[in-house]
Design a protein around this ligand. Structure first.
Ligand code: C2E
Ligand code: MG
Ligand code: MG
Length: 485
């Protein structure tokens, strides 16, 4: 029997329990299906498949006319946050408004398509310089930044834009899209609300990042991670009172990878959860050893990521690790950043409360770099405030010193112990001590050291920090500038 072709519209109308459609109804359904296969239902803009096919055609057209073509990747910076906080319906409404504004701004000669998740792709034909494209991009950004109104609420959106131009950078459809996406990622990583043109090294960096991201799990299985410990000293006595555990990754191909380069990737792909658990276990095991060796009053600060606290029972994992090592919980400090506090307040506050109840200390890390909301300081059961090193660096100016003084006073009024990070010079340490800062941490005293070397610091409590330098092997960039007298 020859097979008879049945159109999708006829298949729907022939489905059991469905009234057979009239011919005109079938035609309408076919038209609708055809429309939906090319257009996004939310914005009525060309969808991904349609953008690709239009880009293919535009490339041919540009080739014939020797015209130039730019592919623009645009995302709305706070899209995820709007969805999470105000709900997806509000996110959809804003996306629809932005789609309308984009269409109006670029006019009928260019193409704007919806890529999904608050991201748009624009195809711009131009004849002159790249600066012409930048001008259009700036006009688009400005238009998006005009306020939106929805249900009496006012919104301000910013956007991140990545641009790849043809023919100078790439001529193939996928290469252009990939390059525009790489430029867009760069714009986002530089804090968002910006515009970047693609450069060749972006793809090299993307590839490196991809390699890193993919080898995180394997790195953990193959024990490529280790912990270093940086002392925290009492501002007055200059005795070591504690340490901060800092992760290191000895990558088999790339060598030493800095936490700043891989922690954000691990947070993104979720491997921070097992890596963070490994850090907690290894750090607690090390602290127990030092306590057994006689340094019973030593405290250890451990960094935890927001993502670890999004797990179902983050406090239980920590309680279990403390119990496994029979550690005094009051000797353990967890360093949290403000991103954690924004993530999911109630759940986080509950988990933190649980840890606080058993005596674990809670520190707010990098204070001054995030939102620095006073609300967090009052609402959370914090014990310690760690002032970011950017404030310490600015201490030599009058305004910088005044700011440090106000932060220290405020923290003390709230009953918090204050630790200054990134202390590199004797002048900074003297000033901080004078302002009443409780503890100091930084290259002036010691860089982060492997566990055995840190123990030598503990074994010679009266040693001057100069003597420590002989067995500290920091990289040239992290070598302490000056040892403390
Ligand atoms: P952080 O927690 O604020 O750690 C302090 C960072 O400042 C460390 O960088 C340390 O080596 C560096 N530092 C210390 N003293 C000085 C100084 O005097 N001058 C300067 N310029 N820098 C100083 P590191 O080890 O590269 O870590 C960077 C960040 O990575 C940490 O910042 C922390 O946010 C994150 N991190 C490190 N280890 C872990 C971990 O085990 N888990 C998580 N979630 N994050 C970690
Ligand atoms: Mg820290
Ligand atoms: Mg810090």
């Amino acid at each position: 029997m020859p097979r008879v072709y049945t159109s999708p519209a006829a298949q729907i109308s022939n489905a059991p329990g469905v009234r057979p459609q009239t011919k005109s109804e079938r035609q309408r359904t076919t038209q609708k299906l055809r429309y939906l296969s090319h257009y996004d239902a939310l914005t009525n803009l060309p969808n991904r498949a349609s953008v690709r096919s239009r880009l293919r055609k535009a490339l041919k057209h540009a080739e014939c006319l020797s015209a130039r073509l730019a592919v623009v990747f645009l995302s709305l910076d706070p899209y995820q946050r709007i969805n999470e906080t105000l709900g997806p319906a509000m996110g959809d409404r804003l996306v629809r408004c932005v789609a309308k504004r984009l269409k109006e701004t670029i006019g009928a000669n260019h193409v704007v398509g919806y890529w999904g998740s608050g991201e748009f792709v624009l195809l711009l034909e131009y004849s002159g310089e790249e600066s012409d494209v930048l001008e259009i991009a700036q006009a688009i950004k400005k238009r998006i930044e005009r306020r939106f109104f929805s249900f009496g609420q006012e919104f301000f959106l910013t956007s991140s834009i990545g641009i790849a131009v043809c023919p100078s950078q790439a001529t193939a459809v996928e290469a252009l899209l990939r390059n525009a996406a790489a430029a867009h990622r760069q714009a986002k990583e530089c804090g968002g609300n910006g515009c970047r043109f693609y450069t060749v090294d972006m793809n090299v960096r993307s590839l490196e990042r991809f390699t890193l991201e993919n080898s995180l799990g394997r790195g953990l299985r193959r024990r490529e991670f280790s912990l270093h410990y940086q002392p925290e000293v009492d501002a007055v006595s200059r005795q070591i009172t504690g340490a901060e555990a800092l992760i290191r990754w000895d990558h088999p191909k790339l060598g030493q990878v800095q936490p700043g380069d891989f922690i954000p990737l691990a947070e993104k792909n979720g491997t921070i959860v097992p890596i963070g658990e490994w850090v907690l276990r290894a750090a607690c095991r090390q602290l127990k050893k030092w306590h057994v060796d006689g340094f019973k009053k030593l405290n250890l600060a451990i960094n935890v990521s927001a993502r670890q606290f999004q797990e179902r029972a983050p406090a239980d994992v920590i309680v279990k690790i403390l119990a496994e090592n029979r550690l005094d919980p009051t000797r353990v400090e967890l360093e949290l950043t403000e991103s954690l506090l924004i993530a999911d307040s109630d759940h986080v506050v509950q988990s933190l409360g649980k840890l606080k109840d058993i005596g674990v200390k809670l520190a707010l890390d990098d204070f001054g770099t995030g939102f620095s909301s006073l609300e967090y300081l009052c609402r959370l059961p914090l014990d310690i405030l760690k002032i970011d090193r950017s404030f310490v660096r600015a201490a030599s100016s009058r305004d910088g010193a005044a700011l440090l003084s106000s932060i220290i006073n405020l923290a003390h009024k709230l009953g918090l112990r204050v630790v200054a990070e990134g202390v590199e010079t004797r002048e900074q340490s003297t000033l901080l001590q004078g302002l009443g800062c409780d503890s100091l941490q930084g290259f002036l005293f010691s860089p982060p050291l492997p566990g055995e070397q840190f123990k030598r610091l503990l074994l010679y409590p009266n040693c001057r920090f100069e003597e420590v330098e002989e067995f500290a092997h920091p990289s040239a960039s992290s070598r302490p500038k000056r040892a403390i007298a």
